[in-house]
Ligand binder design. Sequence first.
Ligand code: GRF
Length: 221
Amino acid sequence: MTQAKKRVGVLISGRGSNLQALIDAQSAPDYPAQIVRVISNIPDVFGLERAQKAGLPTAVIPHKNYPDRPSFEAALNAQLKADGVEIVCLAGFMRVLTDGFVSSWSGRLINIHPSLLPSFKGLHTHERAIAEGVRFSGCTVHFVVPEMDSGPIIVQSAVPVLQEDTPDKLASRVLEQEHLIYPLALALVATERARIVDGAVHLDGVTFANQPLTNPLPRGA
Ligand code: GRF
């Protein structure tokens, strides 16, 4: 018997390109998760159009309509519960969530961040990576914990930082990888192959990359 697909809620605040990557992934018949609701805290964002085009139910829950974070999150939770959501994906969702919300979704709430965590938590990651002169940046999908951009890491992808990079160029190189790793990480969580053991994620049934990367290339390479 095939396992039922996990019911996923995606929270967005903007253009929704990672949402699109998840939508595209779930068109594969054997993808283990299905998006049952897309929620935006900002009206009229492009991500909502993407969801509607894919025939997905949407909701707009404007944080501005609520006096404080807990009441906003109660509205989010009510929608997620009504839809029977089992896993929540943050995909460019630009609101900090309270410890209460995060704890209530512990192990079932994941986020994508445009850096190789734990480096460059927070905003403006590409500007900061270039300013620091790091030779690699990348992206991370992780379980969400109350401390921002800090939870157990599920999947990462590293991309080289080039001398002529601007934040925009680096961002687009990283974004391409985001669109690959978010569907992968969600599938690992949905199939319960990503388990938190002593605060880190243990993955079952995957092949780990076992190849060093050097940037710039060694002489003669
Ligand atoms: C992505 O870079 C993601 O890593 C960050 O916010 C951006 C959202 O982009 N959390 P999009 O809305 O998915 O296109």
